[in-house]
Design a protein around this ligand. Structure first.
Ligand code: C2O
Ligand code: CU
Length: 480
């Protein structure tokens, strides 16, 4: 192993200590650092609107989802995390480009936060958009128990809308008593589609037509959707409205309508929609998850019109475009090619994986190690036990990353610390060349993305089906 991570943390902690003191003072002088306290703990909540029964969950600040954090681009924040869970944790700020030491990955960027312990995350918000936060320790258990929340960074000049709403989509696997089923980390889930809940939640409450967002006719609505489920894909459609997509994963994209078959939102992914609400007072329109055929659609919630008179009789004509974040543009002419090949899974062809450098048959790896997937022929355990980064990149390197899925499964692949442009699917150029931090790789599909590796550090690169990540689809990319 090229670098001893333990020594590295100590060195960076010492550095942090010597620089930590002046920094907050400076920020305080400018009145710019905003402090938020987050406590992760176990508690109970009512998932049903009736409040008839309470379910045991884990979460932040005794809320499900955790509090929605709203900041503005350019602000400095201090997120003070206290751990009152019965196990170690750490918090990752999904999608935000933060300095590596603030990325919240135990075993890679910090020591885990012990029960009773705390960690102070301090960074500047470089990017506006829709983000979220969640633990990166045993995330296949901690996230589906309820540890997640929205993190919104407003543009310096947000587009003018009448309403800005966040819906955090997730699910839970509940028994007849409405308590979570304690079956995290089963190899059957790891090697298949992941552990999918039997109850969809919208902002921590059971989904359904009773989950309504009350709007007024004529309003322009910005709806931010976050998929915080550990394995479930959503395929979104809205009745009676022409919603336009204005951002993926927080980054502005040429406004365009939802695809006819519904908008696929994989675990970890976000979308911002603009909806000009032109229904009549009293009407109600469902927002549906079309699911994966042959599944029947599920109503997630509804847009319900209040009886107030219309705010305007015609939709606003102005287009909504988001001021772009400053992301370095990859120059394809000088980009270096890198490849990552994915294999494994229950229905996969037999593959050989390297565990700790030793070749093993995938069936044996599953039975003995709880691993089911390989990336570039390596199967690795969660962070702490990882041995070799997948790729080494030079700081400033222009990178063309070819991801080749040789499995029969969908994988939402996520890279920390950077955004990438999605350029091609199976060699075919994408219409919007969108920036993303998480991209869906369909079964047997190849995806080409490009980015400039300009954020130094060791960054996670993993599948956001958290059971897949636990089962080997987790590695790191070093920018040095
Ligand atoms: Cu949303 Cu590595 O995580
Ligand atoms: Cu996966």
């Amino acid at each position: 192993m090229p670098l001893d991570r333990r020594q590295f943390f100590q060195a960076s902690a010492a550095l942090g200590a010597s620089f930590a003191l002046p920094a907050p003072l400076l920020a305080a002088e400018k009145g710019k650092e905003r402090r938020i306290d987050l406590v992760s703990s176990a508690f109970t909540v009512a998932l049903d609107p009736s409040g008839a029964s309470r379910s045991a969950v884990w979460g932040f600040n005794e809320q499900l989802p955790g509090p929605t954090l709203r900041f503005r681009r350019g602000e400095r924040v201090h997120l003070a995390v206290k751990n009152e869970l019965p196990q170690e944790t750490a918090v990752h700020w999904h999608g935000l480009r933060v300095p590596n030491a603030m990325d919240g990955v135990p075993g890679v960027t910090q020591h885990p936060i012990a029960t009773g312990g705390r960690f102070d995350y301090r960074f500047e918000l470089r990017d506006s958009g829709t983000f979220w936060y969640h633990p990166h320790q045993a995330s296949f258990e901690q996230v589906p128990r309820g540890l997640y929340g929205a993190l919104i960074v407003e543009e310096e000049k947000p587009p003018s809308v009448d309403r800005d709403e966040v819906w955090v989509l997730s699910d839970m696997k509940l028994d007849n008593q409405r308590q979570p089923v304690e079956d995290f980390g089963r190899i059957l889930d790891i090697a298949n589609d992941g552990r999918i809940g039997n109850q969809i939640l919208v902002n921590g409450l059971v989904a359904g037509s009773q989950r309504t967002l009350t709007i007024r006719s004529g309003e322009r609505l910005r709806l931010r959707l976050i998929n915080a489920a550990s394995a479930r894909f959503f395929r979104l459609a809205i009745d009676g409205h022409e919603a336009r997509i204005i951002a993926f994963d927080g980054q502005g994209v040429t406004p365009h309508p939802l695809p006819a078959g519904g908008l696929a939102l994989g675990p970890g992914m976000r979308v911002d929609l603009i909806i000009d609400c032109m229904g009549s007072p009293g009407q109600s329109f469902p927002l549906r998850d079309l699911g994966r055929p042959p599944a029947t659609p599920t109503v997630l919630g509804a847009l319900t019109y209040s009886s107030q008179p219309a705010l305007r009789s015609k939709p606003l004509a102005s287009a909504v475009t988001l001021a772009p974040n400053r992301i370095a543009e990859p120059d394809l002419a000088k980009a270096s090619d890198h490849y990552i090949i994915f294999q494994g899974g229950m229905r996969g062809s037999p593959v050989i994986g390297l565990v700790d450098g030793k070749p093993s048959r995938i069936q044996e790896i599953m039975a003995k190690q709880g691993l089911a997937w390989t990336m570039n022929y390596n199967a690795q355990h969660e962070h702490a036990l990882m041995h070799e980064p997948l790729l080494h990149l030079r700081t400033g390197e222009h990178v063309m990353l070819h991801m080749i899925n040789e499995t029969d499964f969908l994988h939402p692949m996520h890279l920390h610390g950077h955004f990438f442009r999605v350029l091609a699917v199976d060699g075919k150029p994408t219409p919007h060349r969108e920036w993303r931090d998480t991209v869906i790789m369909g079964p047997r599909q190849s995806i080409d993305v490009a980015f400039v590796a300009d954020n130094p550090g060791e960054w996670m690169y993993h599948c956001h089906i958290l059971d897949h990540a636990a089962g080997g689809m987790m590695g790191t990319i070093v920018v040095e």
